[in-house]
Design a binder for this molecule. Structure first.
Ligand SMILES: NC(=O)c1ccc[n+]([C@@H]2O[C@H](COP(=O)([O-])OP(=O)(O)OC[C@H]3O[C@@H](n4cnc5c(N)ncnc54)[C@H](O)[C@@H]3O)[C@@H](O)[C@H]2O)c1
Length: 387
């Protein structure tokens, strides 16, 4: 590739949360340039957001449909679109751009419901385009090292996994103090889907388990709760899990865990060793043994494997902390490599590309569906859909 990849964006206008994170992540390695966008459903806001980003006015669009159509006609069309709108729009926007011939990077959850997820997977397969899903926590080098250790058998047989994602930002709403911290689309089923907490953050914990261990859920038993008065959707949930192959686990996520910030943590217990990783201390991976001292792996050191430090996944030397943006950028880096290979006609590497795919998205939406259905059936154990 002898030029930067051209990126378009749908969503992420003035005042939006994750769009700006995507732009920073895309920008970090100098391989991608934002050239077009539809940043809001309000054309005036889209235009103003485009001005903020110094985009050429003829490439700032009033609707995503117009953007897909007009970009497809350009010589210098975008190479991919980044989708950072709310959940209910992921499907129609992704479909419009895939069918217009574009590669897609989309935020999670994949779609608003399970049927859409299955349909989108078919559309991706038919299109032959690259589709990456920003389950960004898999971008951390020490998460990649954890996966490498499990794959190399360093933990032995996996017996138990505990993954949690407690946040406390909405606890004020429980007492009705008027802060209204989830008083936006996340509490609206028409936009968020059938779950708030499990869909928003539980899916990250689930994805992290799948990425590190390769294990799929076989059966699940869930209790979801809406602690916030008047809310339809969950703000807390606890899931017991049986994995294929016999491992057991617990996945919990919460937005009312008072004092917790973004405490995504995972513990994997094996017959030879165990590991733990904490998102709020992401440069470190702890490996524990029954009869030996613990090992602490730290990002950027020479002993860290190629899987975690190769491919540009580590940018600064050890002791200079890397974090959220860098991990996000690693998803962009891997997806950009796949898109550039496709443009250049290069074959995909034998080991594949290291970014979450549409299959991971289907698994995530299956997770949401299963937790909600199990909880609604008085916490019955349910079979997890085959992915
Ligand atoms: N990966 C992560 O860690 C992470 C974190 C936060 C949010 N998310 C996901 O990102 C998505 C967006 O979340 P957010 O918190 O940034 O929401 P947000 O409400 O802050 O931003 C959504 C943006 O989409 C725009 N938009 C809405 N309809 C549009 C349309 N028809 N055309 C163009 N733009 C439109 C809005 O104007 C806004 O700019 C959600 O699906 C959410 O689950 C992921």
């Amino acid at each position: 590739m002898n030029r930067k990849l051209r990126m378009g964006m749908v969503g992420g206008g003035r005042g939006a949360f994750i769009g700006n994170v995507h732009r920073m992540a895309a920008n970090l390695d100098g391989k991608i340039e934002l050239v077009a966008g539809c940043f809001s459903s309000d054309p005036e806001k889209s235009k103003l957001s485009g001005e903020d980003l110094f985009l050429s006015p003829d490439r700032v669009y009033a609707s995503y449909e117009e953007m897909a159509e007009k970009e497809a006609q350009r010589e210098d069309k975008i190479d991919f679109v980044s989708i950072v709108v709310q959940n209910h729009l992921h499907f129609p926007v992704a479909k419009a751009f895939l069918e217009a011939g574009f590669n897609v990077i989309c935020d999670k959850p994949l779609t608003h419901d399970y049927e859409q997820a299955l349909e989108l997977r078919e559309i991706v397969r038919k299109s032959g385009r690259v589709f990456a899903l920003t389950h960004n926590y898999t971008g951390y080098p020490m998460v990649k090292e954890a996966r490498r250790l499990v794959r190399d058998g360093e933990l032995g047989r996996i017996l138990k996994i505990v993954a949690e994602y407690p946040q406390g930002y909405a606890v004020g709403d429980v007492e009705g103090d008027g802060q209204g911290k989830i008083n936006n689309w996340r509490s609206d089923p028409k936009i968020a889907g059938i779950s708030n907490c499990m869909g928003d953050i539980g899916t990250h914990a689930h994805n992290l388990i799948r990425y590190i261990t390769g294990l799929e859920i076989d059966e699940i038993c869930s209790e979801l709760t809406a602690f916030i008065p008047g809310r339809v959707l969950d703000d807390d949930g606890n899931n017991l899990v049986r994995f294929t192959g016999g491992a057991k686990g617990i996945i919990h996520a919460s937005q009312i865990s008072n004092g917790d910030e973004n405490a995504l943590n995972i513990r994997v217990y094996g017959t030879k060793a165990s590991l733990e990783w904490h998102q709020e201390d992401p440069n470190e991976l702890i490996v524990k043994y029954a009869n030996a001292p613990r090992k602490i792996y730290r990002r950027g050191n020479d002993y860290i494997s190629e899987a975690a430090s190769g491919h540009g996944y580590t940018r600064t030397p050890f002791a200079h902390p890397e974090g959220f943006i860098e991990a996000f950028a690693n998803i962009y880096l891997a997806a950009a490599r796949a898109i550039a290979d496709q443009i250049d006609g290069n074959p995909a590497p034998a080991e594949g590309y290291d970014f979450p795919t549409v299959d991971d998205g289907v698994a995530g939406v299956a997770f949401i569906k299963s937790t909600v259905e199990s909880s609604a059936s008085s916490q019955k154990w349910l079979k997890f859909p085959a992915i």
